[in-house]
Design a binder for this molecule. Structure first.
Ligand SMILES: Nc1nc2c(ncn2[C@@H]2O[C@H](COP(=O)(O)OP(=O)(O)OP(=O)(O)O)[C@@H](O)[C@H]2O)c(=O)[nH]1
Length: 271
């Protein structure tokens, strides 16, 4: 069982939630966004966003009396308007407030899961169509920061479903480069309440998740808290599993594997 305790919140900017405001936001991300943009969003606890910093051994572990605590970084990804903020806010507050503005936010939220304190840092990142090198680098940093991923599409928006496959591939490639074998990813079909406007069947979502070794959920952030809770609970389980697998693989075999991955990538890069 998960119980909410404390919540703190940081956001980069708050703009109008009109579609015009959204377009402007996307426009700025599409070229004029400052390289420091991401770093302008301080996490509640100072965490460096450089890939080198990222603990490839999994979520932060504390020692001493705090050993019962666990900290996980979660990145929420998906196309424009699929309900990333709605899902995140539902998990954090149990509420659905309807309009969320065009926010890039990192939330820190303490919950108790099975008697253990867990600090969730959740980065709700608006979708960008910017494919520049700069944006790619920023995306890699976000991926390295995260221990687990919630990939969201809307069941009424086929295009939002179509990008999920590629997003999973990008995330896995970036993580496997650092030697992580099992990347904790959950795929979420949101807006289940709008089933009369459905363009993506549950079966398609489930098959995609199965083929990419991800968990799958269909939920309605608008209608129910429980499904959303299961999403984050399920992701936490995956993160714990991944941590165990990584620990087992950190012997000489793990090192050899990581080195092979690096050299394989260098060979590909030089082609
Ligand atoms: N009917 C229904 N509407 C939803 C649901 N989830 C979100 N919405 C609505 O979808 C719209 C977009 O939701 P957001 O949470 O802002 O989506 P987002 O993915 O964060 O959007 P960006 O920040 O622009 O990338 C809002 O009008 C929400 O009220 C849902 O489960 N059902």
């Amino acid at each position: 069982m998960i119980q909410g305790n404390t919540l703190s919140w940081q956001s980069s900017k708050k703009t109008s939630c009109s579609s015009e405001g959204r377009r402007k936001r996307r426009g700025s991300a599409g070229g004029t966004r400052s390289p420091e943009m991401v770093l302008k969003i301080p996490l509640r606890r100072a965490i460096s966003l450089t890939p080198e910093h990222h603990p490839s051994s999994g979520p932060a572990e504390l020692t001493g009396p705090a050993a019962l605590k666990m900290e996980v970084n979660v990145l929420v990804v998906g196309a424009d308007g699929v309900g990333k903020s709605a899902l995140t806010v539902r998990f954090l507050t149990r509420r659905f407030i309807g309009e969320y503005g065009d926010l890039e936010s990192i939330y820190s939220h303490n919950v108790t899961v099975d008697g253990k304190d867990v600090l969730f840092n959740i980065w709700d990142f608006p979708y960008s169509q910017d494919h520049s090198d700069e944006n790619f680098t920023e995306e890699e940093k976000r991926i390295q920061w995260a221990d687990g991923f919630v990939l969201v599409y809307s069941i009424c928006d086929r295009a939002s479903f179509s990008i999920i496959h590629q997003k999973v591939q990008v995330i896995k490639a970036a993580k496997e480069y650092l030697g992580l074998e099992k990347v904790p990813i959950v795929i979420v079909g949101n807006k289940r309440d709008l089933h009369h406007r459905r363009t993506v069947s549950s079966e398609e979502g489930r098959l995609l998740a199965l083929s990419m070794d991800c968990e799958f959920y269909e939920v309605s952030a608008a209608e129910a808290y429980h499904g959303v809770l299961l999403v984050f609970h399920g992701l936490l389980d995956k993160i714990k599993e991944s941590k165990l697998t990584t620990k087992k693989g950190t012997g000489i075999r793990g090192i050899v594997k990581s080195m092979s991955a690096v050299f394989a990538r260098r060979r590909t890069d030089s082609l």
